[in-house]
Design a protein around this ligand. Structure first.
Ligand SMILES: NC(=O)c1ccc[n+]([C@@H]2O[C@H](COP(=O)([O-])OP(=O)(O)OC[C@H]3O[C@@H](n4cnc5c(N)ncnc54)[C@H](OP(=O)(O)O)[C@@H]3O)[C@@H](O)[C@H]2O)c1
Length: 268
């Protein structure tokens, strides 16, 4: 992991950093010595985060290109450089079966979850990184690997973000490294509807025995952003408490329970 002050002198933009994973990333970056520019739509909460971290804040939506340009300009004006960009802000709407989804709301999800990451990368590249180098980390999701009920818009957009990460990694090398972190279920507001009232049960079903904390993801993001990961680009780092490997662990998936207990004829 990044040593304390390993990012001294660097400057980072973190979107969606007023709470949850984004706030934990901004805190971890600050602890490592970086100066941070944090964003979110709610001005009061993102302002409080910046004040606590000794950084700067700009309120606005990542869906608004003018906001993303302003974030880049503010960071350059205040700190004179942009070494790191963490594309973290996202929406899990519209929720529900795809046949019922309004395509305009579907498009809006892609604007927030995919297009904003490209735009901010472009602004940072043209404003600083293209000449001086840097690192970008996109926050995807463990769920982008497979399908799930009601999360078609979210999953499809995050799968696109994963692909964007790899494409940019190839295009921006060697100056800028581009990687992603894919969290499993983390105890934040966005996922409250999943874990509330079932936290212990959900944790018990995971190989590592609990659902995620924002800091679990933040440490991975900061490590990928740091020089410790200087030979890593285009990678996706799963931070999921073993979600993807749970089929080989303890109780769980009913068909696997049967596979565990029986063997086909002639089997041993
Ligand atoms: N929690 C999980 O289980 C989980 C799992 C996998 C992946 N993730 C990913 O982790 C990232 C962070 O999610 P989280 O769970 O930490 O969510 P969260 O606790 O709800 O925090 C989301 C943050 O993003 C901001 N935000 C939301 N929409 C925005 C927009 N359009 N423009 C700018 N800021 C915006 C929010 O502030 P405002 O509302 O004030 O804008 C807040 O600061 C997301 O990319 C999410 O997809 C989360």
């Amino acid at each position: 992991m990044t040593s304390p002050n390993g990012l001294r002198g660097r400057t980072a933009i973190v979107t969606g950093a007023s709470r949850g994973i984004g706030l934990a990333v901004a805190e971890e970056l600050s602890r490592a010595g970086a100066r941070v520019c944090v964003t979110a739509r709610d001005a009061a909460s993102v302002g409080r985060a910046a004040e606590r971290l000794g950084g700067v804040a700009l309120a606005g939506s990542v869906a608004d290109p003018a906001h993303l340009r302003a974030v880049t300009e503010l960071t350059l004006r205040e700190f004179g450089r942009i070494d790191l960009v963490v594309n973290n802000a996202a929406t899990n709407q519209p929720y529900g079966p795809l046949m019922d989804v309004d395509p305009d709301r579907w498009g809006a999800a892609f604007t927030v979850n995919v297009e904003a990451a490209l735009r901010l990368a472009q602004y940072a590249w043209h404003g600083w990184m293209g000449e001086h180098g840097g690192a970008i980390v996109n926050v995807c999701t463990e769920g982008a690997d497979h399908v799930g009920p009601h999360v078609g818009a979210y999953g499809t957009s995050k799968a696109a973000l994963l692909h964007l990460t790899r494409q940019l990694a190839g295009e921006l090398a060697p100056r800028v490294r581009v990687n992603s972190v894919s969290p499993g279920l983390v105890r934040t507001e966005m996922a409250r509807f999943v874990w509330e009232d079932a936290e212990d049960e959900l944790g018990a079903g995971l190989p590592l025995g609990r659902i995620g904390r924002p800091e679990d993801v933040a440490r991975a993001v900061v490590w990928l952003a740091s020089d410790a990961a200087e030979w890593i680009t285009g990678a996706d780092l799963l931070v999921d408490g073993g979600t993807r490997v749970r089929a080989a662990h303890g109780a769980g998936h009913a068909p696997h329970d049967r596979l565990r207990a029986r063997a086909p004829d002639g089997g041993r």
